[in-house]
Ligand binder design. Structure first.
Ligand SMILES: *[C@@H]1O[C@H](CO)[C@@H](O)[C@H](O)[C@H]1NC(C)=O
Length: 580
């Protein structure tokens, strides 16, 4: 494989550093440390300082692959102002000893479920992407670098499984992100970013930036992911072949891409730049948010972007399908969260970009994407759906729902707190109540993957008029894939409102899910939750342990553990520390 080698690599690094200092010296920045240091609880101090570089230890380095389309100047993270953000978490009173006992018992049950799955993974699928929970086999589904291993480093720390963590990190240090090591063919870079990069960054943050091994691996992987942005206008190749890229051939982004895949790296990239002082990643995501901002008023529903987009151009305007659900989800989720991570004092323009787009998207969402379903007890709930529109006046909701869109409740509630918008917190509650309702009223206490509901004529005028007929018009996908989004929103709403009934709802969900998914080794996806005793599938994606069980554990933890005022979760439930 032809490479430019060390000379070009060092030239690039030197250029980057020089550029960095030219750019950074335009503004007076207090407390500029001269090298990478860590302090608690800030972890890394605010950049700029000399960018961190992983040690040269003979491992393949994506930095040495020649760059076809170099960046001329890097956008740098604005220095964070001192304005504190509004408080997110509820001020929990001292709990009674009885409620403490119940909480701890439930938390122990969640941990036990996690431990069993982890031990099976370690015994039967070590270093592979997934454990097959029925056969006890293994699968490589996300590059083959040990997705479950990396995805759960932070969960091991949160659950205080320190021995297992040490065992795991040794295996992680053996991961080789060379092109030859990747599974053959095209890799979904969105999944690599949220699971692996997110996992490494969060674990590093949870060690209070003391375990440099984690930063090293995050940066090695970050270098690889950054190579997938080496296109004429620096838009990412979201379905990417590491082998092809390493050959040095010119690369191009797709003209038929997906919104979420293009727009869901801002949190990981911002945090990685905060931690390393290396602005390449932050710069890469700032190019994307600028495009989203430039085009947000030109789409068929102002404030929202369609699911299908041309990443190469980039052109986000022609599509006519809009949703907060699959293929769009985290593009919206990351607006409020990146704003929080950047902790934008009102004067920082980049933080304002995310904030303004959050405001626009959530308002457009209220107008077009949320509906009140008609249900037998006339519950006052909301569901996030999908719309086809050629203009705002022609928008047609299809009143479909999906498990994946259950995260939307948490998104509105968190954003509502961050922007002091109580209306968004209330909407977040109704959306979360919608998911709780659908769990509770589905045959086995588990919501199916995709379904269609009856819509109320208006949010205030709603009377069930279908006798004892089913409230589902149809269930288009009857599986339960061990997904986290419902418990995720229940967790957010509990931490935000302090309502103890949400812990009860969580416990009902946990019991129903474990009741039907438990196997000899771990937990398995369900093929049909509408059937009695739902049949299982030999599949357990890494998010079962990394997200679903983590949120179950955290809703039964002390509310200060991973406080929403100190951490922001990426879309794979990896908590990143918010610099203060
Ligand atoms: C567990 O499953 C059994 C049937 O296998 C059912 O009777 C019981 O109600 C279930 N419990 C929960 C909490 O879902």
């Amino acid at each position: 494989m032809p490479r430019f080698g060390r000379r070009w690599g060092s030239l690039l690094v030197v250029t980057t550093i020089v550029l960095f200092f030219i750019v950074s010296h335009k503004k007076v920045v207090p407390n500029v440390p001269t090298q990478f240091t860590t302090t608690t609880p800030i972890c890394a101090p605010p950049p700029p300082w000399q960018p961190y570089e992983p040690p040269k230890n003979g491992a393949f380095s994506w930095r040495d692959v020649p760059v076809n389309y170099p960046v001329e100047s890097l956008e740098r993270i604005p220095f964070l102002g001192a304005d504190p953000m509004p408080r997110v978490q509820y001020s929990f009173p001292r709990p009674s000893s009885r409620s403490e006992a119940i909480r701890k018992e439930r938390q122990a049950a969640v941990k036990k479920t996690f431990q069993k799955a982890w031990n099976s993974y370690a015994a039967h699928a070590w270093r592979k992407d997934e454990l097959a929970p029925i056969s006890g086999g293994s699968k490589n589904t996300f590059g083959g670098w040990g997705a479950t291993l990396v995805d759960n480093l932070d969960t091991l720390l949160i659950m205080e499984m320190h021995e297992e963590f040490e065992h795991a990190i040794e295996a992680v240090m053996d991961i080789d992100f060379s092109p030859e090591s990747a599974t053959k063919g095209i890799i979904n870079m969105f999944e690599i970013t949220i699971r692996y990069l997110g996992g490494l960054i969060a674990a590093y943050d949870l060690t209070e930036c003391k375990d440099q091994r984690l930063l090293e691996m995050a940066v090695r992987l970050g270098d690889m992911i950054y190579t997938s942005y080496d296109t004429p206008n620096r838009m990412p190749i979201t379905r990417w072949s590491p082998r092809k890229a390493a050959s040095g051939k010119k690369q191009f982004a797709a003209d038929n891409g997906i919104l979420a895949e293009m727009s869901s790296s801002s949190l990981e990239f911002t945090r990685l730049s905060q931690l390393t002082g290396d602005m390449r990643w932050y710069d890469a995501s700032s190019r994307i948010i600028k495009q989203m901002e430039d085009q947000v008023s030109k789409t068929k529903l102002e404030g929202l972007w369609p699911v299908g987009i041309d990443v190469a151009a980039p052109n986000l305007t022609p599509g006519s399908t809009f949703t907060f659900g699959s293929m769009a989800d985290s593009a919206y989720e990351y607006l409020g969260k990146t704003y929080q991570l950047l902790r934008a004092a009102s004067s920082t323009s980049m933080g304002n970009r995310y904030r303004n787009l959050y405001d626009m998207a959530m308002e457009a969402g209220i107008k077009h994407l949320l509906f009140r379903p008609k249900v037998p007890d006339n519950a006052d709930i909301l569901v996030a759906t999908t719309v086809k529109a050629n203009s705002p006046s022609s928008a047609q909701r299809d009143n479909s729902g999906e498990h994946l869109a259950c995260f939307v409740g948490g998104m509105y509630a968190l954003g509502g707190r961050l922007t002091s918008n109580e209306k968004h917190v209330e909407i977040g509650r109704k959306l979360t109540d919608g998911c709780i309702w659908l769990y509770k009223n589905s045959p086995n206490g588990i919501m199916p993957e995709k379904f269609t509901l009856f819509s109320c004529p208006s949010p205030t005028d709603c009377e069930w008029d279908r006798g004892d007929k089913d409230f589902y018009i149809g269930v288009n996908d009857k599986r339960y894939l061990l997904r986290p989004e419902a418990i995720e929103s229940v967790f957010y709403l509990y931490r935000i409102t302090g309502d103890p009934s949400l812990q009860e709802a969580a416990w009902d969900m946990f019991q129903a899910i474990t009741n039907y998914t438990t196997t000899e080794y771990a937990n398995a996806a369900l093929k049909d939750v509408m059937k009695e005793d739902p049949p299982k599938e030999d599949s357990m994606e890494s998010f079962w342990m990394a997200e679903t069980l983590k949120y179950f554990y955290l809703i039964f933890s002390e509310p200060e553990l991973i406080s929403l005022d100190d951490f922001v979760f990426n879309t794979e439930a990896h908590p990143f520390r918010i610099p203060k």
